[in-house]
Design a protein. Structure first.
Length: 222
């Protein structure tokens, strides 16, 4: 059995502007760094044996804050990167609808076989995230591992762990700087907590309900 702490990175400027980030390497914003400090403080008393992270800056910065309080070195894994949105990265959904409405509709309807221009299909994401999940779980039996990644990545990982069709990935929600827990077992996985943001609710500047609206676009990381 491996206990996986699934962590989405803190906020960025593009999150605030509701732009598709994908694999564009955007750093945390000031708000994001504050969120991450609160999350790291919450996790400081938890047993964590290893920390893996996407190598994109927003996830990497988040992971280093968490690893520091445990004296750990973060292990980068590019397979945990967000979905690549190609030419859509940096644009809002409204801009994409104005420029590429037909392809956007096809992608929403069938992301497994359609991709943004210059981006990747959900099928490709499933392959790389599945490989990362299996290798991490196999390398850390009976240990607790923090995985710091992105909304799309974590949704896919949960679907694979629970043996659900990847088409269901939009049904799971991971707000920024959220904490979820997955127990990986030989006979299947158990999702024991999802999208916990209790550490943010007392944060000055987080108005009531703002964690409720921070992930309105399940198909893309905004």
């Amino acid at each position: 059995m491996t206990r996986l702490l699934l962590i989405r990175h803190g906020s960025t400027a593009w999150n605030a502007e509701r732009r598709y980030q994908g694999q564009t390497d955007i750093p945390l914003s000031e708000d994001g760094r504050d969120q991450v400090k609160r999350l790291a403080q919450r996790l400081s008393t938890e047993r964590i044996d290893a920390v893996y992270a996407s190598d994109l800056r927003r996830a990497w910065e988040t992971s280093k804050e968490i690893a520091a309080s445990h004296g750990l070195t973060v292990r980068p894994d590019p397979r945990l990167r967000e979905i690549c949105f190609g030419q859509w990265e940096g644009k809002t959904r409204e801009q994409i609808e104005a420029d590429d409405a037909e392809l956007l509709a096809r992608w929403y309807a069938s992301p497994m076989d359609n991709s943004p221009p210059g981006g990747e299909t959900l099928r490709a994401v499933v392959k790389r995230v599945g490989a990362a999940y299996q290798s991490i779980a196999n390398c850390h039996p009976e240990e607790t591992v923090a995985i710091v990644a992105h909304g799309g990545t974590l949704r896919v990982l949960v679907c694979l762990a629970l043996k659900l069709s990847p088409h269901n990935y939009w049904r799971f929600r991971f707000d920024r700087a959220s904490l979820s827990q997955l127990i990986a077992r030989d006979d299947g996985a158990i999702l024991s907590s999802l999208n916990d943001v209790a550490h943010l609710r007392s944060w000055e500047g987080l108005s009531p309900g703002s964690w409720e609206s921070s992930s309105r676009s399940p198909q893309g990381e905004i």
